[in-house]
Ligand binder design. Structure first.
Ligand code: AMP
Ligand code: MG
Length: 315
């Protein structure tokens, strides 16, 4: 193995996953594709391994991490599930929904994963490569997006390499992420209330339909998921939203009939737009134009999550 060339690029096959699992068991960092974005994975039970995530990303230590598990049984060893949590897991796992739940007593989770909170964010992912990696490692994996803190999230291997370089030991090259937006995060409070902390591929309406209790939802203005900070996903240039026309110095990201230099979805398909969003923000960041303009995107379905990310990119 050539230790001089980092990060190691691994194929998403059995031998690549076996090697990645070994690196993780040894406390290293592996970037893995998921159905949402690429994740920067480390074993969640080891403090030094988790600390390496924060160092590699330049992530503030008060920003806790999502732990990825193989199934609900593994999740229940880490977090306390009530009836609502079980229903949501049954409905949406494996998939892009993160549950914020009370930490299980004695859970084998390094303290910096939860950044001092009494709760744990846990998700059972659907991507076959990440599922195989968790199964092979036989450990819960802490994994934020595989990019430097505050930047645009990666949906392709080259985005990971460009952002993290040799700060990550290995990258499993799994092609382009299907959903392209981070998971929906929902907090279930012991009081019985619940709250979407970050909009994502699973909509609030879908969650409410499973919980049958949208009237219980409380709205809190406190920033409980630092992904909610107003500036995030920043492409490093000014971003103008709702732009149906472009100015000369702008790289124009189009949607539907607003063509742009590159188009999120010429057919106006919001799922396709979500999958393409970060790749086009990376492309716009790399273009010669000093500024970025983005066409209007309807605020419905997964469009809510797209507009959430766009507002933060523009902040
Ligand atoms: P990322 O860095 O893209 O993986 O985002 C992870 C998100 O999960 C961040 O916004 C965190 O603040 C949020 N998160 C993780 N753990 C918790 C928790 N216990 N309570 C609330 N939010 C959390
Ligand atoms: Mg992130």
């Amino acid at each position: 193995m050539d230790h001089a060339s980092r990060p190691m690029l691994l194929a998403p096959d059995q031998s690549g996953i076996a090697l990645a699992a070994q690196i993780l068991r040894d406390g290293g960092l592996v970037a893995s594709p998921s159905e949402t974005v690429y994740g920067l994975m480390a074993r969640a039970d080891q403090q030094e391994a988790v600390a390496a995530i924060y160092t590699a990303k330049g992530r503030p230590s008060f920003n806790p991490l999502i732990v990825h598990v193989a199934d609900t049984a593994m999740a229940q060893r880490l977090a306390v599930f009530d009836e609502r949590a079980r229903r949501l897991a049954d409905a949406f796992w494996p998939g892009p929904l993160t549950l914020v739940l009370p930490l299980q007593m004695g859970a084998a989770v390094a303290p910096s994963v939860i950044a001092g909170l009494p709760t744990l964010a846990v998700r059972c992912p659907a991507h076959p490569v990440l599922r195989a990696l968790i199964a092979e490692t036989r450990l819960p994996l802490a994994g934020p997006s595989a990019n430097r803190s505050g930047g645009v999230s990666p949906t392709r291997t080259e985005h990971v390499v460009a952002s993290l370089g040799d700060r990550v030991d290995a990258v499993i090259d799994g092609g382009t992420c299907a959903q392209g937006l981070e998971s929906t995060i929902v907090a279930l409070r012991p009081s019985g209330s619940w709250q979407v902390l970050r909009p994502g591929p699973i909509t609030e309406a879908q969650i409410a339909a499973v919980l049958y209790a949208q009237s219980d939802a409380v709205c809190s203005s406190a920033i409980e998921a630092p992904g909610q900070l107003s500036s995030h996903y920043a492409p490093g240039k000014p971003v103008r939203l709702e732009a149906t026309q472009r100015q000369d110095d702008e790289f124009h990201i189009g949607f539907g009939t607003v063509a742009g230099h590159a188009n999120l979805s010429p057919d106006g398909d919001l799922a396709e737009a979500a999958a393409n969003l970060y790749a086009l923000l990376h492309q716009a960041a790399d273009a010669d134009h000093p500024r970025i303009a983005v066409a209007p995107v309807p605020d419905a379905g997964i469009g809510v999550a797209i507009n959430d990310r766009l507002r933060r990119a523009a902040a």
